[in-house]
Design a binder for this molecule. Structure first.
Ligand SMILES: [Fe+2]
Length: 209
């Protein structure tokens, strides 16, 4: 499958943006699966989530058809982009090592964090407000924010952060070292996303030896 993606390339770092084909046909089923999971496991896991719910991180092994479809799509898009970015040969092993859901209710946010030691990480938006209310000179609620690894700003560097307002079906893929956070949102409807990590087989094998 050939994919369309843009490299947003901020701070000298690759931030790929893509959208999954046929995502809308599966979106509500994925959303419902995540809401059902939260109803079963209300406390979830504690990671970067502040007031928000974080599922367990092995949804790539779920037996639910919607999750299996999403896992295949994320793997296909992610592994092609990583192979391109890292100039890896076709036989180099790439693993999708974790996949989890995030449900942020009114006021919830995610603290700044990175995903090391995973080499590549990403997010896909399942159910978000694509047109949040903005205030002048303010961070848009619910935005994902990426931080410059050398956050000195002007006059030496561009602005130390770059923000994106999520859209349903949009996927971002970025190096696992890249610090990022999610701004709080103030909608009655939850902001639902899924996040994932990739590992490079060559790196894992070298560490194991
Ligand atoms: Fe993250």
């Amino acid at each position: 499958m050939s994919i369309k993606a843009e490299n947003r390339h901020h701070f000298g770092v690759s931030i790929f943006e893509s959208s999954l084909p046929d995502f809308e046909a599966h979106r509500l089923e994925i959303k419902q699966a995540l809401l059902d999971m939260r109803a079963q496991d209300t406390s979830g896991m504690k990671r970067s989530n502040q007031r928000g719910w974080h599922s367990h991180d092995e949804l790539h092994q779920s037996k639910l058809p919607a999750m299996q479809w999403l896992t295949e799509q994320i793997f296909s898009v992610g592994s092609q982009l990583i192979r391109h970015a890292e100039k890896l040969p076709p036989e180099a092993p790439i693993f999708l090592s974790s996949l989890w859901g995030n449900i942020n209710d009114f006021g919830a946010w995610n603290a700044p964090h990175a995903h090391l030691p995973c080499e590549w990480s990403g997010v896909i938006y399942i159910d978000v407000n694509e047109n949040p209310e903005m205030e002048p000179n303010a961070i848009t609620p619910g935005d994902i924010m990426f931080f410059d690894p050398i956050p000195v700003g002007a006059p030496y560097r561009p602005s130390a952060t770059v923000n994106y307002t999520p859209k349903n079906g949009t996927l971002f893929l970025f190096p696992g070292y890249l610090l990022h956070m999610v701004a709080p949102h103030y909608e009655q409807d939850p902001r639902i996303s899924m996040a994932f990590n990739f590992r490079l087989g060559s790196v894992i094998n070298n560490i194991a030896r």
